[in-house]
Design a binder for this molecule. Structure first.
Ligand SMILES: Nc1ncnc2c1ncn2[C@@H]1O[C@H](COP(=O)(O)OP(=O)(O)OP(=O)(O)O)[C@@H](O)[C@H]1O
Length: 241
């Protein structure tokens, strides 16, 4: 089922954005600070109502029709999530099952393993480091087995090894048929791992397509004002600036 926004505008934050995401793919949303990436993701999650335009999940309006159904279908990880209760890690991840009304062991265990959280399972969440906390919050989303994973900077707090593990896992979730949309600042991760890149600037889409096209030298210079050169072999490219 396609997740799309049609002609969405919200103050100065988004203007006339139209985008249709397909399941089975990883889409990276990139762009400079303040470009509207988080706003777009929140609108796509059905959690922020635009002034004009609409978000559609197939032909459903997510959020308004049925919030529980939306939560079952769309797992949304905000940029700076807050943790209200100092509960054990496993209990927090189990909260991801709330839209299903169960604590199914299988998906909770799978999420714990995917995010390398076995050693922390019984720890209280407020004792974890920033990167460990970020992994727990993403595990909560995975435990809910949503059709769509929308995550705002899910790798920002992670060390190199965990960035790799988690990016690979998100790619494998997409290959199993889920839709994955990630706000990413690291253009090399977007280039190497995403199937599609949507480049935003000042609230509008300025490039949208295969990563090597959307993140060409020219568009990086135009949008970020930085001259860069992609170096290294395909799949392992780095941006030399
Ligand atoms: N609640 C709000 N009310 C008004 N303006 C807002 C609000 N939240 C964000 N903005 C503004 O909207 C613009 C887009 O913000 P957004 O957080 O979507 O950008 P972003 O691309 O995710 O940026 P970053 O890379 O810095 O996280 C920014 O100029 C921001 O200051």
């Amino acid at each position: 089922m396609t997740l799309s926004v049609r002609d969405v505008s919200l103050g100065k934050r988004l203007s006339g954005v139209t985008l249709a995401l397909e399941p089975g793919k990883v889409t990276a949303i990139c762009g400079p600070n303040g470009a509207g990436k988080s706003t777009l993701l929140e609108v796509m999650a059905g959690l922020l109502k635009p002034n004009a335009g609409e978000t559609l999940l197939g032909d459903l309006l997510p959020g308004r029709d049925n919030p529980r159904e939306r939560a079952r279908r769309i797992g949304y990880l905000p940029q700076s999530p807050e943790i209200a209760w100092d509960v054990p890690v496993r209990s927090l991840i189990e909260l991801g099952r709330m839209p299903h009304g169960d604590r199914a062991k299988g998906p909770v265990d799978a999420a714990i393993d995917a995010l390398d959280l076995r050693p922390f399972e019984q720890r209280r969440v407020l004792t974890l480091s920033g990167g460990e906390t970020a992994r727990v919050l993403l595990a909560r989303i995975l435990a809910g087995e949503p059709d769509w994973i929308l995550a705002d900077e899910p790798l920002a707090a992670l060390d190199l090894a965990h960035q790799r593990i988690i990016m690979r896992h998100l790619v494998s979730e997409a290959r199993r048929g889920r839709g994955v949309a990630l706000v990413l600042h690291d253009l090399a991760i977007a280039l190497n791992h995403a199937d599609r890149v949507v480049l935003l600037d000042r609230g509008a889409i300025v490039a949208d397509g295969p990563p090597s096209e959307a993140l060409s030298r020219e568009s990086i210079e135009r949008v970020f004002g930085v001259r860069g050169e992609w170096v290294g072999p395909p799949g392992r490219r780095a941006l030399s600036v």
